[in-house]
Design a protein around this ligand. Structure first.
Ligand code: KG4
Ligand code: ZN
Length: 343
C-alpha cells in the first residue's frame, strides 16, 4: 500500500493498436498492466487502420483505466502522477490517451507527465531487471522504429544509429504477408523459422562503409520478394520455413553486428533490447551468444513488456517525476517526435 516513500504512477498508452493502462509502484513494481489489443480487428486489413484504431481507443480507454486501478488494488487518490505516451505514433490514437490523461490529471489535481514512446520501450527493461541502471546501449526495434541508443541516464539519450528506410518490424510484417503467413508477421516468421534452414538462402546484409551504424532494410525486403517471385516463375516450390529462417537470420545479423559495434565504440558493457522485435528468439540468442564473447551482458524484457504496454510508460514517467519534470495541461501529441528531441 501507499506509505510515505512509495510513488504510484498510472501509465496510459494508446500510440498504435493497443489500449493499455498500468499502475507501477516506485518505478519498478508492476501492480497492474491491462492491455487490450486490437490485433484481431486490424488483422483482416493486413495492418493497422488508423481511423479504426482511434475509434476503438475511445471505446476502451475508460474501461481499461478502471480495470488497471481495480487490479492494482488502489484508489485513484493514491496515484501520485499520470504518465501518458504523447508521441511518436498515430495522431488520432495518441489524442485519445492524452485527452484521458489530461482529464484525470485535472480532476484528481495530480501532475501530468508526457512520455516518449521509445523511451517507454527502453524502460521496459527496468521493469524486468530491477537492478538495471544506465548507462547502457539499447537496441529499440519495433513496428515503427529501429534505433541504437546510448542510454546515458534515465532521461538522456544519444542516437548512435537508426534506420534509413523501413523499421525492422515493418520488414518482418511485409515478408510475412508476402509468404502468406498473416499479421502481425514477426511472431509468425519467428515460429516458421524454427523448422527452416537459416543457411538455405543468402540474403544481403547491408552495412555502411562510412562507419555509420545506421540500418537499411529495404534491400533485404526487395531481395526476399525477388527470390520468391523468381522461384515461382521457375515453377519451383518455395520452402516458407527456409525463407523465413534465412530472412530472419539476415535481419538478426545486421541488428546484432551494429549493436555490438555501438557498445564497443561507446565503451559500454551492457546491451538491452526493446520493442516488439526484441521478442524474436533468434535475435535474443544471437545477441547473447556474440556479446558473451566480448564480456557484454544482454538484457531483454519478457514478450508482453516488449510489445506496446502502459507499464513501460508508467516506469518512464516515474523517472521524469523523480527528476522534477512534468508537463502542463497544454500537452499536445507529437506524432513525429524524435528520441533525442528535448521535451
Ligand atoms: O513495439 P510494438 O508492439 O509496436 C510498435 O511500437 O511498433 O512492435 C510491433 C512489431 C510488429 O512489427 C511485430 O511483427 C514485431 O513487433 N514482432 C516481432 C516479434 N514479435 C513482435 N518481430 C520479430 N519476431 C518476433 N517474435
Ligand atoms: Zn511500440
Amino acid at each position: 500500500m501507499n506509505n510515505l516513500k512509495d510513488i504510484i504512477i498510472l501509465g496510459i498508452e494508446t500510440s498504435c493498436d493497443e489500449t493499455s493502462a498500468s499502475v507501477v509502484k516506485n518505478g519498478r513494481e508492476i501492480l497492474s498492466n491491462v492491455i487490450s489489443s486490437q490485433i484481431s480487428i486490424h488483422r483482416q486489413y493486413g495492418g493497422v487502420v488508423p481511423e479504426i484504431a482511434s475509434r476503438k481507443h475511445v471505446e476502451l480507454i475508460i474501461p481499461v483505466i478502471d480495470e488497471a486501478i481495480r487490479e492494482a488494488g488502489i484508489s485513484v487518490h493514491q496515484i501520485d502522477a499520470i504518465g501518458v505516451t504523447f508521441g511518436p505514433g498515430l495522431v488520432g490514437a495518441l489524442l485519445v490517451g492524452v485527452s484521458a490523461a489530461k482529464a484525470l490529471a485535472l480532476s484528481l489535481d495530480k501532475p501530468l507527465i508526457g512520455v516518449h514512446h521509445i523511451e517507454g520501450h527502453i524502460a521496459a527493461n527496468y521493469l524486468e531487471y530491477r537492478k538495471l541502471e544506465p548507462p547502457f546501449i539499447c537496441l529499440v526495434v519495433s513496428g515503427g522504429h529501429s534505433h541504437i541508443i546510448s542510454v546515458e541516464s534515465y532521461i538522456d539519450y544519444k542516437v548512435i544509429g537508426r534506420t534509413r528506410d523501413d523499421a525492422a518490424g515493418e520488414a518482418f510484417d511485409k515478408i510475412a504477408r508476402t509468404l502468406g503467413l498473416g499479421y502481425p508477421g514477426g511472431p509468425l516468421i519467428d515460429k516458421a523459422a524454427r523448422s527452416g534452414n537459416k543457411n538455405a538462402i543468402d540474403f544481403p546484409r547491408v552495412h555502411f562503409s562510412d562507419g555509420s551504424l545506421d540500418f537499411s532494410f529495404s534491400g533485404i525486403k526487395t531481395a526476399v520478394i525477388n527470390y520468391i517471385n523468381g522461384e515461382k516463375q521457375k515453377g519451383e516450390k518455395i520452402s516458407i520455413e527456409d525463407v523465413a529462417a534465412s530472412f530472419q537470420k539476415a535481419m538478426v545479423d545486421m541488428l546484432v553486428r551494429n549493436t555490438l559495434q555501438a557498445a564497443e565504440q561507446e565503451n559500454k558493457n551492457i546491451i538491452a533490447i526493446a520493442g516488439g522485435v526484441a521478442s524474436n528468439s533468434c535475435l535474443r540468442e544471437e545477441m547473447e551468444r556474440l556479446a558473451r564473447e566480448k564480456n557484454i551482458k544482454v538484457y531483454y524484457p519478457k514478450p508482453v513488456l516488449c510489445t506496446d504496454n502502459a507499464a513501460m510508460i508508467a516506469c518512464s514517467a516515474y523517472y521524469r517525476y523523480m527528476n522534477g519534470i512534468t508537463s502542463d495541461l497544454s500537452l499536445n501529441t507529437m506524432p513525429n517526435i524524435k528520441i533525442d528531441e528535448k521535451y
